[in-house]
Design a protein around this ligand. Structure first.
Ligand code: OXD
Ligand code: MN
Length: 612
């Protein structure tokens, strides 16, 4: 056992509550060494990780890592929110009592870091000086060096974030213990993993994974689950799985900000990093704030809703990132950025990386190429030949500052005023290109009924969505009824309300299956219309489910969309909508204590559709 106290002294870490926490867990996990980490340690830790074979070089200042092959994604079934109050149980949060879970996790973690280093990673999930800073402080303890390297990219890391706290005890305790990955029964009846957020104690206990989504505790467990709980318990803010972008009108100098939620595989990262289409680029500039999390609050000084991205980096899905879907994403992982690729394919001779969709076909010369599991492509036989080279959830990790169009004020502690909140599903019919919603309850109702079609027809009933309220289904930390009420209260406190909208880039022609809308950079067009609607510069056309643009109102110069397709994109399929209302009713009925305003919004929309 290590002398943790001496290490903490040497690091100059003085916060007594942090010291107590570190020494307690060092003792319990049996770690052989303790090391306190600051962002400035990155270069040394990279070097150590390369020497240890945890990372491999992937070009100038770029790195490659593979995770254990059964440890490549978040595990929703094993993820639990625990508190001491049974009222916190929701439909999606897998609620269990803290008195049951905490001892169980301690038992699993006891002695489980023997022989390993326990890294102490003090972090901040906010730009320093943010009004929400007190909810953003945490200390992750991890026994896996690549987790530290990811944390340095994804959060602001350093002991300064835990010193001089107004309340020295007010930090999130975030413990990640990897365990013996080869013997954890992942996905079997005997699964040993548990990913628990003890939300009312602000303690996160994750056992059994070193994969990013389970192990970078600042991001999902703190930035979403814990923060959502804190935001509700304090009555001060919302923490949502939202992207956040800025749009500048260069002609008038006006700036707008849009945030919004998209269920996975609905193009959220691509949208967040989007550039204006060429034909509109002289007038409009799109800037990037964040691709995955936004915290939202109202500033009573001006009555506006504000938003900020608590993260410091991007943990993006690599698959299908290419020059046309996301050129800025590619630049953000270019030479010298310090980016880390995980579970993509790797060429051990040239140090190149490749993933499905990076180019149309994989590299023709397979010399040196290994798939995400480390197997040589050249040795594939039979059916293996058709297997993907990279894991579908392979990732790139890079800092926000590496994104070429990052907003100049992305670290402004005041956050940015939010003009619009959008929800975007993946729907092949029914859902128009954009429909704006000006009523708060109808906007929240729309977020609660957000969803995406099951990826494979076999997974669900045809045309029925897998609902993913506000894109928070895997991150809900308290009951959905309370969640809806909290949304109404927070956004309702803004005297200058943001406009809501639902967008859909994925309508298809029922005949030949082609996408009706070109998507990607052209997605700016419906967003510009939305901002013009909010400013009263266009009026659109009122429908039962919101205001739709007219063709003339959309700025379509340089946009290649077929006129017949455009007509469909701006139309409503009323019979399909009526059917959808039945599904929505069943979905919402699951939630206890849903505010009456939400039910009223549902009934209003249903009645308007009946009359249409
Ligand atoms: C996620 C992520 O799993 O952002 O949603 O990594
Ligand atoms: Mn996410």
């Amino acid at each position: 056992m290590t002398d943790a106290e001496a290490v903490l002294d040497e690091a100059g870490l003085k916060n007594a509550k942090v010291r107590e926490y570190v020494t307690y867990w060092a003792e319990l996990t049996g770690a052989a060494r303790v090391e306190v980490v600051t962002a400035a340690d990155d270069a040394r830790l990279i070097k150590e990780a390369l020497e240890a074979g945890e990372l491999q070089p992937a070009g100038e200042g770029l790195y490659y890592s593979r995770s254990y092959h059964k440890d490549t994604a978040r595990s929703e079934e094993r993820t639990i929110v625990a508190t001491s109050k049974a009222e916190d149980r929701g439909v999606y949060n897998n609620w269990r009592s803290a008195s049951e879970m905490t001892p169980m996790l301690k038992e699993r973690m006891r002695g489980a870091s023997a022989g390993k280093t326990m890294y102490v990673v003090p972090y901040l999930m906010a730009p320093p000086g943010s009004p929400l800073e007190e909810y953003a402080v945490g200390v992750e303890l991890t026994d896996h060096r690549p987790v530290v390297l990811h944390m340095i990219r994804m959060a602001r890391v350093g002991i300064e974030h835990v010193e001089n706290l107004a309340d020295p005890n007010h930090f999130v305790r975030a413990v990640q213990v990897t365990g013996d990955l080869e013997n954890l029964g992942q996905g079997t009846d005997n699964d040993q993993r548990y990913f628990v957020t003890v939300a009312d104690e602000r303690t996160i206990l994750h056992f059994g994974s070193s994969y990013g989504g389970n192990a970078l505790l600042g991001k999902i467990a703190h930035g979403l689950r814990q923060a959502a709980y804190d935001g509700w318990a304090s009555g001060k803010f919302l923490a949502e799985q939202f992207m956040l972008i800025g749009i500048t009108d260069k002609e008038t100098g006006r700036k707008f900000h849009i945030c919004g939620g998209f269920p996975s595989a609905s193009g959220k990262t691509n949208l967040a990093m989007m550039l204006a289409p060429d034909a509109l680029g002289d007038r409009y500039h799109v800037s990037f704030f964040g691709d995955d999390i936004a915290w939202l609050w109202v500033d009573p000084a001006d009555g506006r809703l504000y938003g900020m991205n608590p993260e410091f980096g991007v943990f993006g899905v690599a698959k299908d990132t290419n020059e046309s879907t996301n050129p800025t994403g590619l630049r953000s992982v270019g030479p010298g950025t310090g980016a880390i690729f995980t579970n993509v394919a790797y060429n051990e001779v040239t140090h190149e990386v490749w993933w499905e969709g990076k180019t149309k076909t994989p590299p023709a010369d397979v010399t040196g190429w290994r798939d995400w599991r480390g197997r040589l492509i050249s040795e594939r036989t039979g059916d293996e030949v058709d297997e993907p080279w990279s894991h579908p959830n392979s990732r790139f990790t890079t800092t926000l500052a590496n994104v070429p169009n990052v907003a100049e004020d992305f670290e402004d502690p005041r956050g940015v005023p939010i003009d619009a909140i959008i929800f975007g599903g993946r729907t092949s019919d029914r859902e128009p290109l954009v429909r704006a919603i000006t009523d708060l309850a109808e906007g929240v109702y729309d977020g609660l009924t957000l969803g995406a079609e099951a990826t494979f027809a076999a997974e669900g009933v045809d045309g029925q969505l897998r609902y993913d309220p506000m894109s928070m289904r895997p991150f809900m930390s308290y009951s959905e009824g309370e969640y809806a009420a909290h949304w109404l209260r927070i956004v309702g406190a803004a005297t200058d309300q943001p406009i809501f909208a639902h967008v859909n880039w994925f309508q298809k022609d029922p005949g030949d299956g082609h996408f009706l809308w070109p998507g990607y950079r052209d997605n700016l067009r419906p967003l510009l219309w939305l901002l013009q609607l909010r400013a009263g510069e266009v009026t659109g056309r009122q429908t039962p489910v919101g205001i739709l643009p007219t063709e003339e109102e959309l700025m379509l110069e340089g946009c290649e969309v077929d006129p017949a397709d455009l007509a469909t994109l701006l139309d409503l399929d009323v019979p399909r909508w009526r059917e959808e209302m039945g599904f929505r009713e069943d979905h919402l009925k699951q939630f206890d204590g849903l505010p009456e305003e939400i039910w009223e919004a549902h009934r209003r929309v249903a009645a308007a559709l009946d009359e249409a």
